[in-house]
Each structure stands twice: as structure tokens, then as C-alpha cells.
Design a protein around this ligand. Structure first.
Ligand code: NG1
Ligand code: MG
Length: 530
């Protein structure tokens, strides 16, 4: 029995926010009728996982610090049948037929897959790789549950995705999670545990060549309508909904595309994957200097098995162990503040550290260093900016806690708690916004993951009334998120159109999709067609 199973939806009202149901009904009808015309029968079920926008907590999930994303309406749907595969699969294989409603962009494929191995060629960028990675992860889980003789079933699949690819809204996690869920259901798992699904989606996505943290998959699977999701990764994956207090003026989240495509598969070695390596190296360096010689950090779930959070835990555990006074005990925010100071004093080199310098401090050879930190995913760098990366991570982890505290204790921060519409909460709203702005400053200047276009979108929005504006997701392009009072939404949109979008060469569809006002939506679901 799954402790917290992915819900089975009976109607689209169970899945979407009320403003989205009418347009989604049309889209779902189209998906089901296309399935019928391609495969000659109705699907058995539809699996669904949404994209996400991260509200705060950027580039800290792979250092195992907590983050606060929310699911959006845009999602990936997989309509599936296991009954109707026409041609039998070859001996020792099962058959996957997969098509996309956007057939011209994403051509259909048919695969005969051996029972025991799902081959994925991560060097070619092929849309069905994301399905295969979800398939592989789900089958590993099923084999653990059912034993080595487990035989996967053949599937016919039609996909419809509305999360823009490469746009910072996590189309990949939505695709992988929805795929893994579809495979579990198709193979007779009625109850799919959310934690199991999330964990397997995280590991699966690493199979397509990205060193990802776990935020996107958690948000895609666990989110609840009307709330943000506080996701923690250590000591184990947990996620809980956090509701927004009622404010006056009311708040809206605007998501704006920069139309600067950020493709991790191309720029990973100098952007995303490099940051993962830099954070792991910073953890190892701080451990070597600040903890007693030979302190081994607890093996952890970070992509390279060592994280800033792991160092953090070990450091304060030793401090407390060595001190008899109870005043040595620091709260989590106090610890993070102390870590910012320790980082400033310990990692002094603004210009970054060479492999030789880091290896010397760790007491290993450069070859060992490369083997441990830079061989799983290729990175290109002469110097590693350990100081800046650690400073961003510790300060961002602190901002997440401050933001959470504001949401959970609005009264102590000056917001009304009693739904009293007449209380002016502008000052409270601005405190939330200030934290988002501080995140953007840190991403731009310290973590170096913004880009001029995102900076410009943020500046325009703030001038037009946004409380807080920042990049969301990996950055270097992609998407931005803005906390805007409801009565300024139109003004902010107009300003972007005038000052940003009209100056770019965009198709009418791009213009149409450039900005969305998103309400926090539900996570993964299964819809039984029958
Ligand atoms: P995007 O590029 O938006 O999917 C990535 C990571 C997240 C997180 C953010 C930065 C993947 C799948 N996702 O998001 O885990 O690290 O960057 O906060 O790599
Ligand atoms: Mg992604």
C-alpha cells in the first residue's frame, strides 16, 4: 500500500484550477480522439504531470537545501493503452509505440525493447529519450518489487505537452515523471507512491545527461492546488504544502519568458553541470579546512555524493559535540549566517581556484580530483569559483527560510491573518518581494546564472509595480517569475510588451505564450478513461 499515492482523478475539476477547466476540456477531447484515430481504439488511462515555477531557492537543491516551488497548469499528458498493440513484439522484447500530438515537430517512433535493458543514447537529443528514461526508472522499481522475472507490457502512447521546452518551467521533469507514472500504471501498479515516483524520476533524469537536483520532480509530483511546496532533501525527501496568506492588495505570480533558449545539453559543461561540480568542490574544500583532518562527510544523495548541506551538518554537529555550553546551539538561520562568514574567511580567492590548488588542500592528486568530481559529467573550466558559489548557496538557503517564515507567520510580519480585507499589507508584500529581488541579485552577481535579457525583464517589471522579480529555474535565459499586486498585472504586461517583446522577432504564438499568470496547481494524477 502506498503511503501517499498519486491521486486517481475522476474529472478535470479534480486536476486543474477552475480557470483552466474549460480550455483543458477541449485539449483532452482532442488528445483522446487523436489516440483513437492513430491506434484504432480508446486509451485505458491518461497520466499527467505538470511543469513548475520555482518561487525561491535557486540552484540549491543539488546542494540539498530546501526549496519552494509550485506547480503550474502547463503539463505533459500521456494517453496510454496496453490492450491494442497490433504487431507482436520480437521474442524477448516488448513494444513501445509512441506518438506526439505535435507530429511534425516530434515524429512518432516504435521500439522493440529487450526485457532487461532500456538503451538510451544521451548524446543525441531525441524527444523520446525522456520517455525512455522514465521507463527505465519505473522498470527498475518494478523489478525490485516483483522480482527479476518481471516482464514489462507493451504500450501505445500519445503525448501532449504544453510546458515549453528549454523555457525554465521544467518540461523535462514533467515528461519524465508522467512517463514513469504511465509505465507503473500500465504494468498494473494501481497505487503509485509519490515519494517513490519522485525519487525514481530524479535518478531517471540524470540518465539523460543532466546532473539535476530534485526540485522539479518533487514539484511536479507533490504539488497541491492553491499552495506552494516546501521541499526538503535531507535526511530524506519530504514535501509539504504552504498556503499563501490573504493579502490586500492580492498577489499574483507572473511568469515571463525571455526567449533566450537555455539548453543544458549544450551548455552544461560551462553552466549547470559546472555549478554542480563547483558546489561539491566547495563542500570538500570547506570540510578539509574547517573540520578536523580526515572528517568524512556523510555519504549523501547529492549528484556527486558530497554537498554543502552535508558539510554544514557535519560542521555544526562537531561544534556542538565539542562545546559544553548550551549557547553553542544555533538555529538553522543562525547556522547559515555563520556559514556565510566562514566562507568569506576561508574561501578568499575571488578569482577562483585551480584544480592543483584544490587537490593540494584536499590532499589528493589532480587525477583523483578529476576522477571524483569532473568525470561523470564533462565540465570546462580553468578555475572554480568556490567562494561565490558557496556564498550564494548559504545565503539563498537562508532566504528560503525567511520567505517560508513570512508565509507561515504573516501576522508577526504585519499581514492580516483574519481575512480582514481592509488591512493594508503592502509592507508585508514588499518584504516577500525584497527576498525575491535579493535572490536575483545573488543569481546575477554571485552565482552568475542570469543573463542581460532576464535582468531587463526584472527591471521593467519592478518599474511597473512588481514587488519582486527574478529568474526561475536554471537561468542563463529561460523564464522569470514576478510577484505582482493583482491591480498591477496589466501594467506590468504592457510594460513588457512595449519595452521588451515588441523589440524582438517573435511569432504570434510566442507573443501569445510570453507571459502567463499562474495559479498554483496540482501535481501528478492518473485519469482512468473507461
Ligand atoms: P530547470 O533547468 O529549470 O529544469 C534546473 C534543475 C533544478 C534546479 C534548478 C535551479 C534539472 C532537471 N532541474 O531547473 O533541479 O537545480 O535548475 O534551481 O536539472
Ligand atoms: Mg529541465
Amino acid at each position: 500500500m502506498a503511503a501517499d499515492p498519486v491521486p486517481h482523478a475522476r474529472s478535470l475539476e479534480d486536476i486543474y484550477t477552475h480557470d483552466a477547466v474549460a480550455s483543458q476540456t477541449k485539449r483532452w477531447r482532442h488528445l483522446l480522439s487523436e489516440f483513437q484515430s492513430i491506434y484504432g481504439q480508446a486509451p485505458d488511462f491518461v497520466s499527467r504531470s505538470p511543469g513548475r515555477v520555482n518561487i525561491i531557492g535557486e540552484h540549491i537543491d543539488y546542494s540539498l537545501y530546501s526549496v519552494l516551488p509550485m506547480a503550474i497548469t502547463a503539463d505533459v499528458l500521456l494517453a496510454v493503452s496496453t490492450a491494442g498493440v497490433q504487431k507482436p513484439a520480437k521474442e524477448g522484447t516488448y513494444k513501445i509505440q509512441i506518438a506526439n500530438v505535435q507530429a511534425s515537430k516530434f515524429p512518432a517512433h516504435e521500439f522493440d525493447i529487450p526485457y532487461d535493458a532500456v538503451e538510451i543514447d544521451a548524446t543525441v537529443h531525441e524527444w523520446t529519450n525522456y520517455f525512455k528514461s522514465g521507463l527505465r526508472g519505473a522498470l527498475e522499481l518494478l523489478r525490485r518489487k516483483r522480482g527479476p522475472d518481471f516482464r514489462p507490457r507493451s504500450m501505445q502512447i500519445l503525448l501532449d505537452g504544453t510546458v515549453p521546452a528549454g523555457g525554465g518551467l521544467s518540461s523535462s521533469a514533467a515528461f519524465v515523471s508522467a512517463s514513469a507514472l504511465a509505465v507503473m500504471i500500465a504494468n498494473g501498479e494501481e497505487q503509485v507512491d509519490k515519494t517513490e515516483l519522485t525519487e525514481l524520476a530524479i535518478v531517471s533524469e540524470r540518465a539523460v545527461g543532466v546532473n539535476s537536483g530534485g526540485m522539479d520532480q518533487s514539484a511536479s509530483v507533490f504539488s497541491k492546488r492553491g499552495s506552494a511546496l516546501f521541499v526538503s532533501f535531507s535526511p530524506k525527501l519530504t514535501a509539504r504544502p504552504v498556503y499563501f496568506p490573504k493579502t490586500n492588495p492580492e498577489l499574483a505570480f507572473l511568469i515571463a519568458q525571455s526567449f533566450v533558449a537555455a539548453d543544458k545539453h549544450v551548455t552544461g559543461p560551462i553552466h549547470y553541470n559546472l555549478r554542480v561540480v563547483e558546489c561539491s568542490l566547495a563542500a570538500a574544500y570547506l570540510n578539509a579546512v574547517l573540520n578536523p583532518p580526515g572528517t568524512q562527510l556523510p555519504g549523501d544523495a547529492a549528484p556527486l555524493g558530497i554537498s554543502l548541506h552535508g558539510f554544514h551538518e557535519a560542521y555544526f554537529a562537531l561544534q556542538e559535540h565539542n562545546s559544553s555550553s548550551s549557547s553553542a546551539h544555533k538555529s538553522l538561520p543562525e547556522q547559515l549566517e555563520a556559514l556565510v562568514g566562514l566562507t568569506r574567511d576561508t574561501l578568499t580567492k575571488e578569482e577562483g581556484y585551480t584544480r592543483e590548488e584544490i587537490a593540494a588542500v584536499l590532499g589528493v592528486s589532480v587525477d583523483d580530483l578529476n576522477r571524483r568530481f569532473t568525470s561523470r559529467f564533462p565540465v570546462r573550466a580553468e578555475r572554480f569559483k568556490l567562494r561565490q558559489r558557496a556564498l550564494h548557496v548559504f545565503s539563498e538557503a537562508l532566504r528560503v527560510l525567511q520567505f517560508l517564515d513570512l508565509l507561515e507567520h504573516p501576522a508577526s510580519a504585519g499581514a492580516s491573518h483574519d481575512h480582514n480585507e481592509t488591512t493594508d499589507t503592502t509592507a508585508y508584500n514588499q518584504r516577500l518581494g525584497d527576498l525575491l529581488n535579493a535572490t536575483q541579485d545573488s543569481c546575477r552577481d554571485v552565482y552568475e546564472c542570469s543573463c542581460p535579457e532576464i535582468d531587463e525583464l526584472c527591471a521593467i517589471a519592478r518599474r511597473a509595480g512588481s514587488y519582486g522579480s527574478r529568474l526561475t529555474g536554471a537561468g542563463w535565459g529561460g523564464c522569470s517569475v514576478h510577484l505582482v499586486p493583482a491591480d498591477k498585472v496589466a501594467a506590468v504586461r504592457d510594460a513588457w510588451n512595449r519595452e521588451y517583446y515588441s523589440k524582438r522577432d517573435l511569432t504570434p504564438e510566442q507573443k501569445e505564450a510570453a507571459v502567463v499568470v499562474s495559479r498554483p496547481g496540482n501535481g501528478s494524477a492518473v485519469y482512468l478513461v473507461a
